[in-house]
Write a protein that binds this ligand. Structure first.
Ligand SMILES: *[C@@H]1O[C@H](CO)[C@@H](O)[C@H](O)[C@H]1NC(C)=O
Ligand SMILES: *[C@@H]1O[C@H](CO)[C@@H](O)[C@H](O)[C@H]1NC(C)=O
Ligand SMILES: *[C@@H]1O[C@H](CO)[C@@H](O)[C@H](O)[C@H]1NC(C)=O
Ligand SMILES: *[C@@H]1O[C@H](CO)[C@@H](O)[C@H](O)[C@H]1NC(C)=O
Ligand SMILES: *[C@@H]1O[C@H](CO)[C@@H](O)[C@H](O)[C@H]1NC(C)=O
Ligand SMILES: *[C@@H]1O[C@H](CO)[C@@H](O)[C@H](O)[C@H]1NC(C)=O
Ligand SMILES: *[C@@H]1O[C@H](CO)[C@@H](O)[C@H](O)[C@H]1NC(C)=O
Ligand SMILES: *[C@@H]1O[C@H](CO)[C@@H](O)[C@H](O)[C@H]1NC(C)=O
Length: 665
């Protein structure tokens, strides 16, 4: 409970009924109340089913809502080009307040929202009219220096969500959330002089630069000015400091040095809550202290000023969901986790819908498809296993694609495995051959999102499928929560173009090198391999799938830049460099290639040859011109960190690699 003006939002929810009634009388544009009629447009049977009834993947019924400009109408669609994102605003969330007040966040909305995407902006509260006008004003002012085209795709509704009269509240309420920047993060202040505690919305500092986490026991609060200079010991207390005067980093560092247990930075009156972050060089110092930003609470300031004790605890009150989407097929979709307050997360989700649509188009191209796994549970040591019949006329194909999808045991992302793990696909067509149990595909699972769907061209590996029946095993870490896997092999002809080099067919594969522990002896374990090309070879390709994992003191191999070299005849280097490993948005920029966006983890950073929620792309290099096809040639592999042999001083990372020479005729 809450009694002062600082938490007006919470108190005013008590006025819910009267305010809503006022609104219906006063603010219905053109005197009509069409949203009452919306029941006619939805499946009324569903409305009677209790609070379930809409799950991700279900078709979205049509609806209409009033907007500031008139009416927004959604008609059920399937295979349209259009995407609709729905956002439910409430100023009871500090995260959403920050999302709408930070100029970078608003700029991201204007800059990155794909052109096929519209956004319906709603408010959960009785202040919906003001909220809609304010959100529009925020978008307009951000658009002042930019192209305004996107504004025509933003639809602001003054009708509060509880008065929509359609199915939208059901989705928002039943897909509700209790944390991770959805849900209402709050600080509870109490003092012996008060009858009731004061409850304030809070936004924790950006996730990645402070190591501290708030505990569940009460903390005592202590006034500490603006935190820009040293203060006396705050041992055991949380520092209460004002914004301004110096950077958030300086304040929090000073408070850490005063031995504070945590920091509450309050916004000065009239200022919004900000996403507290480090800037530039500051970010290389890690601070072991939690910090949050709140609005100034006059009663708290007064109590501290009088030397009265104030205690604080931290809580999260569950809320309706703030986001959902309707994709091009008219299906409802979750939007995942917004890791920090920027509309870029909305844009990433929309970009992924575009990827997904392009993938469906690719999948509609002619191919002979062989189903290996169809919603097969993959878990434990055994993983998923199947033996399948291959097409009889295998020689007629020179293309092979893996269509893989990973979903979760339930329909919501909350049922998905929490961690990212490597998934490998092994094939065996002849148990007596060297070709048995070789890896032909690799993916990395998403953090708790079940939408991954990828198409990987593995045409050079066709010679592995040299039998009528082959066994496939797909595995991830045996201790990982289960995934539900689907896998199709797609056989294609590539003779449409009449380009003879494209109609060459791989006929022999020679295994080369595997990875290993990325330590100082890494390269001494590799020996030069001599080879001669089989008769009638027309082309030779180097084919490798390499990913770097683990974390030594240089964050190798997951987050350090490693390079991988295949040297032909001791003279020509063929090099693969993981340039984007460790970069802040290295994997976020791969969303258009199918990286699952808005995962419940740090999916954004670039990694050593891989991204969470993405296939690992095979690296292919035509080396025909580097060889003398009539002579013996040689190939040697080595892997480097910053151009040198690795030399980790702590637990070394490791490289997972398979590499082949593929001979075509
Ligand atoms: C769209 O159409 C496809 C094929 O007819 C169907 O499988 C799918 O369920 C439909 N999607 C929705 C959301 O209705
Ligand atoms: C949101 O809440 C804060 C304080 O709680 C207030 O200063 C701000 O004006 C509110 N914004 C809107 C749009 O209501
Ligand atoms: C305030 O917090 C301190 C430290 O955790 C604790 O000892 C004290 O009992 C708390 N007081 C109240 C009134 O909760
Ligand atoms: C913080 O704690 C350390 C270790 O107990 C102590 O050496 C230091 O003087 C303290 N700093 C302040 C400002 O109290
Ligand atoms: C491509 O090759 C296959 C197998 O040889 C043949 O059946 C098919 O007709 C060819 N397609 C074209 C467009 O030439
Ligand atoms: C034929 O295909 C190869 C490989 O895709 C390409 O490098 C080459 O330029 C193409 N040649 C012509 C004439 O299109
Ligand atoms: C190949 O790469 C290694 C490591 O960067 C380098 O020492 C060597 O000079 C390179 N060789 C050629 C021919 O470029
Ligand atoms: C590669 O080296 C071998 C000897 O190791 C030599 O016979 C062959 O001609 C060389 N190939 C080329 C293309 O230089």
């Amino acid at each position: 409970m809450c009694y002062n003006s600082g938490c007006r939002g919470l108190v005013s929810s008590l006025l819910y009924f009267s305010a809503a009634a006022l609104f219906l009388n006063a603010a219905s544009p053109r005197g009509n109340v069409k949203w009452f009629n919306n029941l006619e447009h939805v499946n009324t049977a569903r409305l009677n089913e209790g609070l379930g009834g809409f799950e991700p993947g279900d078709p979205a019924p049509g609806f209409e809502v009033h907007t500031l400009d008139g009416q927004f109408t959604y008609t059920p669609q399937n295979d349209s080009k259009r995407v609709l994102l729905v956002h439910a605003f409430t100023n009871k969330s500090a995260f959403l307040e920050c999302l709408w007040t930070t100029s970078e966040s608003l700029a991201d909305l204007l800059e990155y929202l794909p052109s096929n995407t519209e956004v319906l902006l709603l408010s959960l509260d009785e202040t919906a009219v003001q909220d809609a006008l304010w959100m529009r004003e925020q978008a307009l002012s951000a658009a002042a220096h930019r192209g305004k085209e996107v504004l025509s795709r933003l639809h602001f509704s003054p009708v509060p969500i509880y008065a929509l009269g359609n199915w939208i509240p059901r989705v928002l309420y039943s897909w509700g959330c209790g944390g991770h920047n959805c849900g209402l993060a709050q600080v509870v202040f109490s003092s012996p002089d008060w009858n009731l505690p004061v409850i304030s919305k809070r936004l924790n500092a950006r996730y990645d630069w402070l190591n501290g986490r708030w505990g569940s026991d009460p903390y005592t609060l202590q006034e500490a000015g603006d935190g820009c200079g040293p203060v006396a010991s705050l041992e055991g207390a949380v520092a209460w400091i004002s914004e301004g005067g110096c950077s958030f980093f300086t304040k929090i560092k000073n408070m850490a040095e005063s031995n504070a247990s945590g920091v509450l930075v309050y916004a000065l009156p009239g200022n919004p809550i900000q996403d507290m972050n480090c800037v530039g060089d500051e970010c290389s110092t890690s601070l072991n202290i939690p910090a949050s930003m709140v609005h100034v609470e006059p009663s708290v300031a007064q109590a501290l000023g009088k030397g009265r004790p104030v205690n604080i605890t931290f809580q999260i009150t569950p809320s309706p969901n703030f986001f959902f989407a309707i994709d091009q097929k008219g299906a409802l979709s979750e939007m995942g986790w917004f890791l920090y307050p920027t509309f870029r997360f909305m844009a990433w989700q929309a970009e992924w819908f575009s990827f997904s649509e392009a993938l469906r188009e690719q999948l509609s191209r002619p191919a002979v498809s062989v189903s290996v796994f169809d919603d097969h549970l993959m878990r434990g040591d055994a993983g998923a296993q199947a033996t399948v019949d291959l097409p009889e006329d295998l020689l007629a194909f020179n293309g092979l694609e893996l269509e893989a999808a990973l979903s979760c045991p339930g329909r919501r992302d909350e049922t998905c495995a929490h961690w990212d793990h490597t998934v490998q696909l092994f094939i065996c067509c002849d148990e007596t051959s060297i070709y048995c149990n070789l890896e032909i595909g690799r993916w990395i699972t998403a953090f708790r999102r079940g939408t991954g769907h990828w198409l990987t061209d593995v045409s050079p590996l066709i010679p592995f499928l040299n039998a009528q029946k082959c066994s496939f095993t797909m595995k991830t870490a045996p201790w990982a929560m289960p995934w539900v896997t689907s896998l199709n092999l797609r056989f294609t002809h590539n003779n449409q173009t009449g380009n003879s080099s494209e109609t060459l067919r791989p006929f022999t594969i020679m295994p080369l090198f595997n990875g290993g522990t990325f330590d100082k002896d890494y390269n001494s374990r590799y020996q030069e391999i001599k080879f001669s090309s089989p008769a009638s070879t027309k082309k030779v390709e180097l084919y490798a799938v390499i990913t770097a994992h683990g974390s030594d003191e240089n964050f190798c191999g997951e987050f350090c830049v490693t390079s991988h070299h295949f040297q032909i005849n001791r003279s020509i280097n063929n090099s693969l460099v993981f340039e984007s490993a460790g970069s802040p948005l290295g994997c976020a920029l791969r969303v258009p290639d199918g990286a699952v966006p808005n995962e419940h983890g740090t999916w954004l950073y670039g990694r050593g040859g891989w991204c969470d929620g993405l296939q690992v792309d095979p690296w292919r290099t035509d080396i025909t011109s580097q060889l003398d096809l009539t002579e013996t040639n040689s190939v040697l592999y080595f892997g480097l960190f910053e151009g040198r042999d690795p030399n980790p001083q702590t637990e070394p990372g490791y490289i997972i690699m398979y590499s082949y020479l593929v001979f075509y005729k």
